[in-house]
Ligand binder design. Sequence first.
Ligand code: FE2
Length: 283
Amino acid sequence: MVRAASSPVTAAELAAYRADGFVVLHDFVDPAACDALRARAAELVDGFDADAHRTVFSTKDQVRKTDDYFLDSGDQIRFFFEEGAFDAGGRLVRPKDQSINKIGHALHDLDPQFDAFSRTPALAALVAALGLDQPQLMQSMYIFKQPFIGGEVRCHQDSTFLHTMPERMVGLWFALEDARVDNGCLWAIPGGHRGGLRSRFIRDGRQTSMETIDPTPWDDTGLVPLEAAKGDLIVLDGLVPHMSYTNRSPASRHAYTLHVVSGAAEYPASNWLQRGTPARGFA
Ligand code: FE2
């Protein structure tokens, strides 16, 4: 049974979300809808000219690797490669569809199928139950987590990359395939959302920089795995520290993420993600 708008989340799940900063909502979406979204992503990749743009996405050196193609992707559908996707001669090491790290960042506005997946009564009811008022769907990403070549995503808070004043952001992470420890599931630090934001990724025109607010390193010993089955939805407070290790299995681990901010909070111009058209809600 998938979740209906009348009961998107239980009281126990809400309590867990408030305590931990995350919760796994089992059986939120129909597995068939996950398959349809995967098929649509495959079509989009098929239509992408891999010779046109060669931007690699890496969380290890994000300031240096941020380019115009990334900076202008806030209201576009663009494709970013895995680290190690290219050899020294600039040729793809593996087939194109196994080399893309992610597609971002306005799938939910520009592609009818992603729009339909992202704007459902159940999701609107869930976000309302989480207490996020005037929701705005600011960003979407299709994340491939490729087998063999993908890098790890280091421990971070999503609000580092999408900050509002005050911090009012929720990440919705849909497992389009089973995500387990062996194929690079999410890990998070329970309760880590209560310590405040530790850094901000700042944009100034065409330049970006990382501003440190609190230099305390994350306590990796507190990380717990968030395994999810296809169709499960992981809800993440924008402030909860999370990460994923390299996928060393032969299995892909596709996920779709939506980041929703509150329109009641200020969205500063120092966010990297700036849109030509305003973000919309679930309607
Ligand atoms: Fe994240």
